[in-house]
Design a binder for this molecule. Structure first.
Ligand SMILES: Nc1ncnc2c1ncn2[C@@H]1O[C@H](COP(=O)(O)OP(=O)(O)OP(=O)(O)O)[C@@H](O)[C@H]1O
Length: 689
């Protein structure tokens, strides 16, 4: 295969550091000895581990870093990917006892990063995870009273802020990968800023130190927001990453990635693993099958190859499998979404193949939809992706887009808060006691989006309709405790009224793991036949319930899932999620009951939270959504596909080449009057009731 990049043997220009020098900063120059000989270092014993730590750029300047942290209440830290910010700075602060008896909280936008970094730091500190070093991610808490370094997702710290807005368990909070601008991190910026002021004014409380870190951020913007906080600029990198751009634009980024993988496979030693950035599960699974098929071709040259996948909806235990080493002489190829883009180190990865694309969440106010769209990444993301190579030795990044295309990319990612629906955010802010309209955010969303979210929460009964400023009702306070979209929290909280909490918990748990189906290479007929026995004529909610019930009553679950083309790992995860949700229901003294075979009650409970997600059949056999008057159809994957009930409830609307409803269930128009009397007039089909 001819290279799209020209000669890959180092003759292309090496485009170096992405970092823009900020206007005002403290610069620490780090001259790192390059001891790399092209081989990854073995970190299995503690002497080597210490040696490796010592060789990291930030280690050499730890005293200066600590001095700056000591001097300032807030510090913005910018340093190259792989320089050691995430693993070392918390470690230094702990050793220097800057946090006193309290904790150092370190947030990450993604769970896989929080878990693996905690594991790494625990290894470096010779302790087990859950002791001095712990982590806390959604549905999993691995901390103890002994924990002093707590790695967590930004969402988990936000949940803690609901119980204590001044974050009194922490003396130091590090908000890592700030450039990602997730909604949760953006809210945390505001929360830590407020907590800091409060704690400074109340002398009985210890002051709160805040450190904001990234390799690729708009430092001046952050510094201004944090009252001109000083910027600590750590200059220097441990290993170099050569960047190669495609010589001309590629029509099909997946195909371009595939060609690149096999080109590297043909030329590079087996010990050099490859990390490929794609956009989503379907694309990844499909490329995984293609690669496996190509590998069977006797013409295919290169050492044995193990293909692994990594995406957010994959069972968390499965996600961690990509970090396992392969047998000597076998190359590992990891096909991942952007969840491996920041913070993570996957041992052995020396080559990164970057599609330049990402599936990003965005909100369409005209339709009220949160949708996923495949779009071009930002330059900050491209540099983060490149940074995944060159962590244990020099590496290379192959961008399947041209240098010109790279130059045309946005510098930074648009903050998620400006492109997603805000009902969850507003609920959380209100639960912390913050007015969402007044809240001091780094980049404010449009007022219209906040008001729209307030309206939805009022309709769900979470906000008091009569109060002058938005204030949570008792129901709203309970809803905020569930780590779910407010609509699903409402469904769970209504379930006892319909005597079906057991069933609702099972279905919500299944819905939180995305897909429980396996597509693979099996024949369509075999898959349809296996699934037929679970299918309910009422639609997908009860179909999911049937699957979950059979799964939980089965002894050999793995075998059963295999035989029924179901995703064992995701069902296992759903099972864990259900346990956690059940605990929350128990702590709210909810009544556990089962509706047995009365399925209508289950769908009615879903209607209490998802009444905005309903659609009516039109004469042309299409559906029109009631809330937003959008023409749409039932997705072919639904149990309802082919039947045309007059009125349906759906959990998700997706737009590909056409607009589709997913997870669809039939509803009786009479229920609308009964369950949502204030809303029922919108429905043509309910007018006869
Ligand atoms: N799980 C791990 N296994 C092996 N080495 C690791 C691991 N985690 C970190 N390292 C080593 O420590 C180095 C520093 O990692 P760290 O995450 O602290 O860097 P960083 O500056 O925060 O980078 P980034 O901005 O990309 O997150 C890595 O480049 C790698 O050499």
């Amino acid at each position: 295969m001819e290279s799209k990049y020209g000669n890959l043997n180092g003759k292309l220009p090496n485009i170096n550091s992405p970092m823009k020098r900020p206007s005002s900063e403290i610069t620490i120059n780090i001259h790192t000895k390059k001891f790399n000989d092209g081989k990854s270092q073995d970190t299995s014993n503690s002497v080597q581990l210490l040696e490796q730590r010592k060789s990291l750029p930030v280690y050499k300047v730890r005293k200066r870093i600590l001095e700056e942290i000591n001097k300032h209440a807030t510090l913005i830290v910018i340093g190259e990917t792989g320089s050691g910010k995430t693993t070392q700075i918390p470690h230094f602060i702990h050793n220097a006892q800057l946090a006193g008896n309290m904790m150092i909280g370190i947030t990450q936008p993604r769970r896989v990063a929080a878990v693996t970094i905690a594991q790494r730091v625990a290894q470096e500190m010779h302790c087990t995870v859950g002791g001095t070093v712990g982590y806390c991610v959604r549905f999993e808490d691995s901390t103890s009273p002994a924990t002093k370094l707590k790695f967590m997702t930004d969402g988990m710290l936000l949940r803690e802020a609901m119980l204590d807005e001044h974050l009194k368990s922490y003396n130091v909070i590090i908000l890592d990968e700030a450039h990602e601008r997730t909604v949760n991190t953006d809210i945390l910026f505001g929360i830590v800023k407020k907590a800091q002021v409060y704690r400074a004014e109340h002398r009985s409380l210890a002051p709160l130190k805040v450190i904001v870190m990234s390799a690729t951020m708009d430092v001046d913007h952050f510094s201004n927001y944090f009252n001109k906080a000083p910027i600590l600029y750590l200059e220097g990198r441990q290993y170099t990453v050569d960047i190669y751009h495609a010589l001309k634009p590629q029509d099909d980024y997946c195909f371009a990635c595939l060609v690149t993988i096999f080109q590297i496979h043909k030329e590079a030693p087996a010990s050099e693993d490859i990390l490929v950035f794609l956009t989503g599960q379907e694309e990844i699974e499909s490329m995984c099958s293609t690669i496996r098929a190509i590998l069977k071709d006797p013409q295919c040259k290169g050492p044995p190859m193990k293909v692994c996948v990594l995406y957010a909806t994959l069972n968390p235990n499965k996600q961690l499998e990509v970090f396992n080493a392969t047998a000597a002489g076998t190359r590992k190829v990891i096909l991942s979404t952007n969840i491996a883009e920041t913070s993570v180190t996957i041992s052995g990865v020396k080559h990164v193949v970057d599609s330049g694309m990402v599936k990003a969440r965005f909100y369409k106010p005209s339709t009220g939809l949160n949708m996923l769209r495949v779009q071009s990444i930002s330059q900050a993301q491209a540099w983060q992706r490149a940074g995944r190579a060159g962590r244990q030795s020099n590496g290379a990044c192959y961008r399947v887009y041209t240098k010109l295309e790279f130059d045309g990319m946005m510098k930074n990612t648009v903050p998620e808060i400006q492109r997603c629906g805000l009902s969850g955010v507003v609920l959380q802010l209100l639960a912390i006691g913050i007015d969402p309209v007044e809240f001091d955010l780094l980049d404010k969303p449009q007022l219209g989006s906040i008001i729209e979210a307030i309206n939805l929460l009022q309709q769900l009964g979470a906000i008091d309709k009569n109060a002058e400023t938005p204030i949570l009702t008792d129901l709203g306070k309970k809803m905020a405790q569930f780590p779910l979209d407010p609509r699903f929290a409402k469904v769970i909280l209504s379930a006892s009224d319909f005597d079906c909490l057991e069933e609702v918990l099972s279905v919500v748990a299944v819905l939180s793991v995305d897909t429980i189906y396996v597509s693979g290479n099996s024949s369509k007929e075999a898959v349809t036949e296996a699934r037929r026995k679970f299918m309910s004529p009422t639609g997908d909610i009860i179909t999911y319930l049937n699957i979950y019930r059979c799964y939980s009553n089965t002894k050999n679950r793995k075998k059963w899932c295999f035989e029924n083309y179901l995703n064992f790992w995701n069902l296992e995860y759903a099972h864990e999620v259900r346990t956690q949700l059940k605990d929350l229901c128990q702590s709210n003294n909810m009544r556990f009951s089962s509706s047995g075979s009365n399925h209508s009650k289950v769908i009615m409970a879903f209607l209490t939270g998802l009444f905005m997600n309903t659609a009516e059949l039109q004469q042309n056999k299409q559906y029109i959504t009631v809330a937003t008057r959008q023409l749409t159809s039932i997705h072919p994957s639904s149990a309802m596909f082919g039947s045309l009930p007059p009125c349906v409830l759906y959990t998700e609307m997706v737009q590909t080449n056409k607009c589709y409803l997913r997870c669809v269930s039939q509803i009786d128009p009479g229920w609308l009057v009964q369950i949502i009397p204030n809303y029922a007039h919108l429905y043509t089909s309910s007018r006869n009731f």
